[in-house]
Design a protein around this ligand. Structure first.
Ligand code: C2E
Ligand code: CA
Ligand code: CA
Length: 402
């Protein structure tokens, strides 16, 4: 049996391992020093220099993930090599909970490290200290625990924003937007907690909950709406669905059950998803979308124009609506180019017989310009900000028209 700990030398400039390698060893520096680097946008960025007595490559002791950095000898060095097998036995013999804990901590640490690197390169500042990485990891762990507890304590709410038919100025439907109201009364933005919920898998439960509550409130809105506008069709309810939720076909079955049991007509249910779902795994996306379409619901592509999509792939998918990202809408007044983009998307949607919702309408000028371009629907602060279900009922009863 080979020795599990042994000494090894590397010459100055020699690479000990590369980013992406499948590493099985950790190293302790006995003599000399090394440089730890990562690649950002094609450039090599040194993130740390380590000297005698320091350890590197230690994460691969616990998991099998590829190396997250490259390590190079700065001068001739001597290291103690610790083989993974040295740890595998004690690790598998360890209490399963301990084993799990180690892996979970490691995964979070890697995530935090990656996040921090992205952050740092944006500000042009690098070399995250262990302290910074640790505090970021701690922040995430705390937030994740609160998220779990918040779900149990029913701290989540849905707010609703009307989607308006631009031609008539009447409400056509609502988008359900999640809010997390913590015990201290403070709201946490979905931009902050949705990515975390996706990382941890909590999005499955949270997303199902949103669909259930959104559809329950749709019935309530529809009945008030019918009393106020007996001649108009009932408002649809548009609910956001994360690509993570749709990554498992069994989860789609659960969503289907929620829809079937809601009592809402499937044609009044719209599901919004981003382009990432279609781009990452188109074959799976087709299967998932067909499954949803089979229920009779409408599918919307959210934030259209911001993703990596080429327009040509759109027709492969059973899509009903394009939601033009608010970045284009808010800049319409500023540049002809943005107006041109919006116009092209509107024409494209028309050609593909898809419906359009322009997001983020903040001014009357934008409202009118979009109506002239042939966008059927719009949504934005100019008409109404997202509000609680109670406020939404009040809004309906005020017989709004824009
Ligand atoms: P989104 O789906 O693009 O939602 C539209 C966002 O634009 C909402 O932000 C809304 O409040 C905001 N908005 C609407 N009109 C205007 C406007 O005129 N001007 C400006 N500046 N903003 C406007 P919100 O509620 O903070 O939601 C942020 C994102 O969080 C959503 O972006 C969506 O990606 C995600 N999200 C929210 N609820 C859910 C959910 O239930 N499930 C999932 N998976 N994601 C959700
Ligand atoms: Ca949306
Ligand atoms: Ca959007």
């Amino acid at each position: 049996m080979p020795e599990m700990v042994f000494s090894k030398r590397f010459a100055a400039g020699e690479e000990i391992f590369r980013i992406g390698d499948h590493g099985r060893n950790a190293y302790i520096i006995e003599r000399g020093s090394v440089e730890v680097s990562v690649t950002r946008d094609g450039a090599v960025v040194v993130i740390a220099a380590l000297g005698e007595g320091e350890i590197f490559g230690e994460m691969s002791m616990i998991d099998d993930a590829p190396r997250s950095a490259t390590v190079t000898a700065i001068e001739d060095i001597e290291v103690l090599v610790i083989q993974r097998s040295r740890f595998q036995k004690p690790l598998s013999a360890a209490d399963p909970l301990m084993n799990l804990l180690l892996r979970v901590l490691l995964r979070r640490f890697r995530n935090a490290q990656r996040q921090l690197m992205d952050m740092k390169t944006e500000t042009g500042e690098i070399d995250p200290s262990l302290e910074e990485i640790r505090s970021l990891a701690l922040h995430r762990i705390t937030l994740e625990r609160e998220l779990r507890q918040g779900l149990e304590a029913e701290e989540f709410e849905l707010h609703y924003q009307p989607i308006v038919t631009l031609e008539s100025g009447h409400i056509a439907g609502f988008e359900a937007l999640m809010r997390w109201r913590k015990r201290d009364g403070e709201y946490v933005s979905p931009m902050e907690f949705i990515p975390l919920a996706e990382d941890t898998g909590l999005i499955m439960e949270l997303g199902r909950w949103a669909l259930q509550i959104g559809l329950r409130d749709q019935l309530r809105f529809a009945s008030r709406f019918n009393a106020v506008f007996p001649d108009l069709p009932p408002p649809f309810m548009s609910v956001n669905v994360s690509a993570v939720q749709l990554s498992e076909l069994t989860e789609i079955d659960l969503l289907a059950t929620v829809i079937e049991q809601s009592g809402v007509k499937p044609t009044d249910v719209h599901l919004e998803m981003t382009e990432s779902l279609l781009v990452k795994d188109p074959d799976h996306a087709v299967e998932a979308l067909n499954k949803l379409k089979g229920l009779g619901v409408s599918i919307s592509i959210d934030d259209f124009g911001t993703g990596y999509s080429s327009l040509s792939y759109l027709h492969q998918f059973p899509l009903d609506t394009l939601k033009i990202d608010r970045a284009f809408v808010s800049n319409m007044d500023k540049s002809e180019r943005n107006r041109q983009i919006v116009r092209s998307i509107a024409h494209l949607a028309l050609a593909l017989e898809m419906n359009i919702v322009a997001e983020g309408i903040e001014t009357k000028t934008q409202f009118e310009a979009l109506r002239e371009m042939g966008c059927q629907h719009g949504q934005g602060y100019y008409m109404a900000k997202p509000a609680t279900a109670e406020k939404t009922v009040e809004l309906i009863e005020s017989r709004p028209s824009w």
